[in-house]
Write a protein that binds this ligand. Structure first.
Ligand SMILES: NC(=O)c1ccc[n+]([C@@H]2O[C@H](COP(=O)([O-])OP(=O)(O)OC[C@H]3O[C@@H](n4cnc5c(N)ncnc54)[C@H](O)[C@@H]3O)[C@@H](O)[C@H]2O)c1
Length: 269
């Protein structure tokens, strides 16, 4: 029997991890937590400055990190940055496809929605995530091991008015996750999705008024909102050996928002 004082080996020491959109927000926090768990991190962002900022912070904390700048909507850029991580660290063990969001578009009622805006949101969320999964799975299939974590949204559990394209694109990510888990499982690859509720990132604090945030807090069963670092903890758990029998799952980290009957409109930016 294991001695309770021995501690728990997460199985992440020395593993190679790629996190997309890790220059800010949830992605940066996931990169921090995977680094704390012992991973070497490929920090992707479209913005070279913020990617460099995350790399510098991780290195100062004693972790190995490299910057792999690129737009994850672009297939060639993704192939290059995945290749750069493998060249630097020798493998790709964990891949977190975090880039998404409503592509900085305002909330739009269905009757005012234009096809170009729908394409943009689907591209930023579903297409980019799919492109990343393909490039990552090609490497992991050769290794016969790996973990892919896609960042979805609590929006997929209950629709909000004005977020139809975003919700549909994220729901597509949930299905993609199940399909890939089924197809890639025999190759030793686990695939999961994490669904944040409205999360207190810098951007959310900028966009939402204090009253709106207070309304979300009040409507959530836990009477709080998701903190970015809670997605970091979740990523470590799902990527680790603690979850080694888990695949094809959507895991919510939303302070119970999916149970709430009186959530304010458009709670997910
Ligand atoms: N914040 C929330 O409340 C919330 C809720 C549910 C789901 N999510 C999901 O969590 C993920 C992260 O959201 P966030 O709030 O941390 O976003 P954020 O805007 O704070 O950070 C996103 C990062 O991704 C980078 N980025 C954007 N487009 C890119 C691209 N094409 N290629 C490479 N990098 C790119 C940005 O430069 C930025 O650093 C998204 O998928 C989002 O849909 C967020």
């Amino acid at each position: 029997m294991t001695n309770a004082t021995q501690g728990i080996d997460l199985g992440l020491g020395g593993k190679s991890a790629l996190v997309t959109g890790a220059g800010a927000g949830i992605g940066r926090e996931i990169a921090r937590w995977l680094a704390r768990a012992g991973c070497r991190i490929g920090v992707n962002d479209i913005d070279p400055k913020t990617a460099a900022g995350t790399v510098e912070e991780l290195r100062k904390a004693g972790s190995e990190a490299i910057s792999v700048v690129g737009n994850v909507r672009d297939e060639d850029a993704v192939a290059t940055l995945v290749g750069d991580v493998v060249r630097a660290f020798g493998s790709l063990d964990v891949a977190v496809n975090n880039v998404g969001m409503n592509a900085n578009r305002p909330v739009t009622p269905l009757l005012e929605l234009e096809a170009e805006a729908v394409r943009d949101v689907v591209d930023q969320n579903l297409v980019a995530t799919t492109i990343c999964c393909i490039a990552e799975a090609r490497v992991m299939a050769k290794q016969r091991s790996g973990v892919i974590l896609n960042v979805s949204s609590g929006e997929t559990t209950r629709p909000s008015v004005g977020l139809v394209a975003y919700g549909a694109a994220k729901a597509g990510i949930n299905h993609l996750t199940m399909s890939l888990a089924d197809e890639l499982g025999p190759l030793g690859i686990r695939v999961m999705a994490m669904a944040p509720g409205t999360t207190l990132t810098e951007k959310v604090r900028e966009v939402f008024s204090e009253e709106h945030i207070a309304g979300i807090v009040q409507s959530n069963p836990l009477r709080r909102m998701t903190e970015p670092e809670e997605l970091g903890r979740m990523a470590v758990f799902l990527a680790s050996d603690l979850a080694r029998c888990v695949t094809g799952q959507l895991v919510l980290a939303d302070a119970g928002a999916h149970l709430s009957r009186n959530r304010p409109a458009n709670a997910d930016p």
